[in-house]
Design a protein around this ligand. Structure first.
Ligand code: C5P
Length: 302
């Protein structure tokens, strides 16, 4: 196999609770991850020595600091491979948008090169390497609806996979994740000792009721970090709620805002209304664990 082309999917956080700070400087989280079929394309081409990357997006580095390169280098060291690879990334996932694009690209490179170089670690074997690359990378080895604990790198698939339509709004304001977490730390209001995620998980996932309690603890901090986002979010939320979103929330540390809909029609109407208001809105479907695994291994479409 000379060339391998794989989709690299985005995620949204259906809920995100920040439980406290950890000794390693990270935060203890409780979150529900959900993959959607919005994706970048990752192409891997064999080459003799070097690991190189090319990406068409101006905010993505084309050098060794790119997380996809670091993933390839880490795997190469681990498996003592002396071959190189040319990585090409075609971006569709908003960059620094809270949709996990960089982490997803890194996980996709791990999965692709494990196959291309015939290492045979598999997704379980890649997990340890994935954790060293970033908190969200292990989740992208799994996909679907999953509970994320610890730094977000301890992931457990949920028994019932969420199915629906997601309208993703990119306000075009890249946000730095560490900066949003710092704002969160500086906020004076302590978190209420409640867990909407526990409530959500412990009930029928498709049941009414549990959805409306889901929140993102980083939302307020992101809006303080980016006042321009705060101005847009009111408008975005209003449209999503009016069109019947079961959940309207910031994804991760932002700045992407999304609405979750059970029905395609409502999602379509919300997308049109947002576009008419001059906002950059796209529509995606959720990917279950099984759909993700099939599509992500490049063997069959979602
Ligand atoms: O692991 P990753 O490099 O994706 O994380 C980016 C940044 O997000 C970290 O440097 C940290 O500031 C913040 N973060 C955190 N707690 C987490 C995950 C991320 O503080 N659980």
């Amino acid at each position: 196999m000379k060339t391998l082309r794989l989709p690299s999917f985005a995620k949204v956080n259906l809920g995100l609770e920040v439980l406290g700070t950890r000794e390693d400087g990270y935060h203890e989280l409780r979150t529900i991850f959900q993959t959607i079929d919005l994706h970048d394309d990752v192409v891997l081409r064999r080459q003799p020595r070097d690991v190189t990357v090319r990406c068409d997006h101006p905010l993505v580095p084309n050098d060794a600091t790119n997380l996809a390169v670091r993933a390839a280098e880490a795997l190469r060291r681990h498996a003592r491979i002396d071959e190189g690879v040319a990585i090409e990334i075609r971006k569709r996932i908003p960059v620094a948008g809270g949709l996990g694009g960089g982490s997803s690209n890194a996980a996709t490179v791990l999965v692709g090169l494990d196959r291309m170089w015939k290492i045979g670690l598999g997704r379980d074997g890649l997990h340890r390497l994935a954790r060293t690359l970033g908190a969200d990378v292990p989740y992208f080895l799994l996909g679907g609806t999953a509970l994320g604990l610890a730094r977000g790198d301890e992931v457990y698939p949920l028994w019932r996979q969420v199915k629906g339509h997601v309208v993703v709004v990119d306000p075009g304001i890249p946000l730095s994740t560490p900066a949003v977490f710092r704002r969160k730390d500086a906020a004076l209001t302590p978190r209420k000792n409640s867990s909407s995620i526990f409530y959500f998980v412990s009930r029928d996932l498709e049941g009414e009721g549990a959805w409306r309690f889901l929140t993102n603890d980083l939302e307020e901090a992101a809006l303080v970090e980016a006042p321009a986002l705060a101005r847009q979010v009111q408008r975005i939320r209003a449209v999503l709620v009016r069109e019947g979103a079961r959940l309207a929330a910031l994804s991760g540390s932002g700045s992407t805002y999304f609405g979750f809909f059970s029905e395609a029609d409502r999602a379509r109407r919300a997308q049109s209304a947002l576009a008419a208001a001059g906002l950059q809105a796209s529509r995606a479907r959720t990917l279950s664990l099984d759909q993700y695994r099939r599509a992500h291994s490049g063997r069959r479409g979602p």
